[in-house]
Design a protein around this ligand. Structure first.
Ligand SMILES: [Zn+2]
Length: 308
């Protein structure tokens, strides 16, 4: 269940799990509140309800997306309809979002769902936004997503880390799945986060945490393991794609699921990068599904695969 955790007065965090990113509500002082990240489209109704309840009549002036993955901006359109708020996005995908280029925005290649929205403004790295008397600096955080931002409030020592740093790890390094090197970016962003000296981190998924040093150590170990064996990262990426798809579908006959994998461009790209194991993308998908079932991430009953 979503919960509001106390990190700072005037800041409410809705912890949403894995299919939806956390939503961070920054209360304003008369000028209206701002929501950082909007969750997945399938949870958009719940997001609007959570935000409406927390606002207690305060207007929602804006939504800021740290990046445009479907789990971070899928609620944008519903929030805009409900509150008439402005949508602010990182600059790197401005044109793609305006034109709703589903390939550039990743929803085509990943086979994920997202409702179209129209962005109103760009938040550039180095810019800052003032909300409720607090200043949040936007910092470039490429790696997981080349266009991602993190937000830092120096006065209170709070960093909103999106998928660049979680308490245990970080998000799939998507450019690497597409054959572009981005592990250096991940490492540089971990260094950047360390240099901020923040007191508390609010990640894109999971609870806020204060032990940033331990999180950084864990993330660096994970990064070193991926660097040493990039094929492990690629397999991990394939698993995340399949698990995420089952979170959207809830359940799917195995034959349909394997066909979905074999027709999802990023899944096929990973299979190709791994040297086309198992003879076909569908057969490789069968292995990935078996591994996900063995680890308890998915379950299979009578030819139907379920999210677990
Ligand atoms: Zn992401």
């Amino acid at each position: 269940m979503p919960s509001a955790l106390p990190v700072l007065p005037g800041l409410a965090i809705f912890q949403r799990g894995w299919m939806s990113s956390n939503n961070i509500l920054l209360h304003g002082e008369g000028a209206g509140a701002v929501l950082v990240d909007a969750g997945h489209v399938l949870h958009a109704g719940q997001t609007v309800a959570l935000v409406r309840q927390a606002l207690r009549g305060e207007p929602l002036a804006g939504v800021i997306n740290t990046h445009l993955h479907s789990d971070h901006c899928g609620g944008n359109a519903s929030l805009q309809r409900a509150f008439g708020c402005r949508i602010t996005i990182p600059p790197g995908q401005w044109e793609a979002a305006r034109a709703w280029d589903e390939v550039a925005l990743s929803y085509g290649p990943t086979g994920q769902r997202c409702e179209r929205f129209v962005p109103d403004a760009r938040l550039l790295p180095g810019d800052a936004v003032e909300v409720g008397g607090r200043r949040w600096s936007a910092l470039a955080a490429p790696g997981h997503d080349p266009h991602s931002l993190i937000l830092f409030n120096a006065a209170d020592g709070v960093v909103i880390t999106a998928d660049a740093l979680w308490e245990r790890g970080f998000g799939v390094v998507f450019p690497e799945l597409e054959g572009e090197s981005a592990f250096d970016d991940v490492g540089a962003v971990l260094d950047l986060i360390e240099s901020l000296g923040a007191r508390v981190a609010v990640p894109g998924h999971g609870e806020p945490f204060e032990d940033i040093a331990t999180a950084l150590r864990f993330a660096r170990e994970r990064l070193a393991a991926f660097r040493a064996r990039p094929e492990r990262h690629a397999r991990h990426g394939a698993k995340v794609l399949v698990k995420y798809h089952l979170m959207e579908e809830r359940q799917q006959p195995l034959t349909e699921l394997l066909a979905w994998c074999a027709s999802t461009p990023l899944f096929v790209a990973v299979w190709e990068r791994l040297g086309r194991p198992d003879g076909s993308a569908a057969a490789f998908a069968g292995v990935i599904v078996r591994e996900l079932c063995a680890s308890g991430a998915l379950a299979q009953h009578g030819g139907v695969v379920h999210d677990a």
